[in-house]
Design a protein around this ligand. Structure first.
Ligand SMILES: N[C@@H](CCC(=O)N[C@@H](CS)C(=O)NCC(=O)O)C(=O)O
Length: 338
């Protein structure tokens, strides 16, 4: 009797999730494409190129997963999502994973029932102002109009920061970065606030980036990472270890330039396990031995992806900072491939 009640409750719980909560790995394999939720457009992170190809630091995670699972880094349907629509898209099953500068928070995990598989960018919230506003600290923004993207952690942090500093602001809500950019440049808001990486990305697209400054305050922690639905652990493992493969590859010195040679076998057992010449880690994931090799070859290791898409040599110009490897004073630390 007790057993029946329990089974019934579980079935109900499954139904209330609204989608098949298990088996995304099989679904993706059967479909032959990965449905990856990304931004509507944020230079350096996720943006269609002039020829219509999605590219960027978040897009690279989708590509690595598609390469690992489907042996094809282009077998992806990119689904643009806003701050508001991203979670419904994931919960409903419209997308298999979300890679869209999304902050790992308690409520998104526990209440919305998503699983963040790791962090691909450690960030924090900042403020951008036109130089001519003559402001040098966020604490001088009393009474300012603030462009703010709805459905984000940004909205909540902003309220906390102004309240804690006993100053007031007038929100100018926007739904996409494009809209924020237009409003800000048109002077509809005195300042634009979002993740500091997002501010750098937006500023890079301005005609005169030098006319705008980022204020020194970073008012929050924004660990950004890919996420999947709760309760689909096999799929979660695939996305988690794909991200870890990119991070470990950098730590172990595996690059797009030397990966072919290294996958012939090396005297470093961890590299061999990563690249599938030793052990059977791929099989344990429901993939083959070369899954991680393909993931890394899709665009390079973590460091290569960083430098190519958002690094100091790009117009976005981000330094590694917290996103350096732990061996270099940063927070990037992949668990071992063992
Ligand atoms: N990390 C924050 C904010 C993420 C966010 O939506 N950022 C904006 C501003 S950088 C964005 O990505 N916009 C891209 C778009 O509108 O497509 C969160 O998870 O709530």
């Amino acid at each position: 009797m007790k057993k029946t009640v329990l089974v019934g409750a579980l079935a109900l719980a499954g139904l209330s999730a609204g989608v098949a909560s298990a088996g995304t790995l099989d679904d993706v394999k059967a479909r032959g494409t990965l449905n990856c939720g990304v931004n509507t457009g944020l230079t350096g992170f996720a943006n269609p190129s002039a020829s219509g190809e999605w590219e960027g630091f978040d897009v690279a995670i989708c590509r690595a997963v598609a390469a690992a699972v489907l042996s094809d880094a282009t077998a992806i349907e990119f689904i643009p999502t806003t701050g508001k629509t991203r979670f419904t898209a994931l919960a409903s099953g419209e997308i298999d994973m979300l890679a869209r500068n999304t902050t790992w928070t308690f409520t998104r995990d526990v209440d919305l029932k998503f699983e963040f598989v790791g962090v691909n960018y450690y960030d924090g919230q900042g403020f951008m102002v036109p130089k001519e506003l003559g402001v040098s600290s966020a604490k001088e923004l009393d009474g300012a109009t603030v462009c703010i993207q709805t459905g984000t952690t940004t909205e909540l942090n902003l309220a906390d920061f102004f309240r804690a500093n006993n100053i007031s602001y007038e929100p100018v809500p926007v739904e996409t970065d494009n809209e924020a950019q237009q409003q800000y440049l048109a002077g509809a808001c005195d300042t634009y606030t979002t993740d500091a990486s997002g501010l750098a990305a937006v500023r890079a697209t301005f005609e005169s980036p030098g006319d705008h400054i980022l204020l020194p305050e970073i008012i929050s922690k924004e660990p950004l990472g890919p996420l999947v639905r709760h309760g689909d652990n096999e799929w979660g493992d695939v996305v988690r270890w794909t991200l870890n493969a990119l991070i470990s590859a950098e730590e172990l010195g595996v690059t797009s330039a030397n990966i072919e040679e290294l996958s012939g076998g090396t005297n470093n057992p961890e590299i061999n396990r990563l690249l599938g010449t030793e052990g059977s880690l791929g099989e344990m994931l429901g993939l083959d031995g070369e899954w991680a090799k393909r993931a890394i070859m899709a665009g390079g290791n973590y460091g290569e992806l960083f430098e190519k898409n958002i690094g100091e040599a790009t117009p976005i110009g981000l330094a590694r900072g917290l996103n350096a490897q732990w061996t270099n004073g940063g927070l990037l630390y992949s668990p071992p491939f063992r």
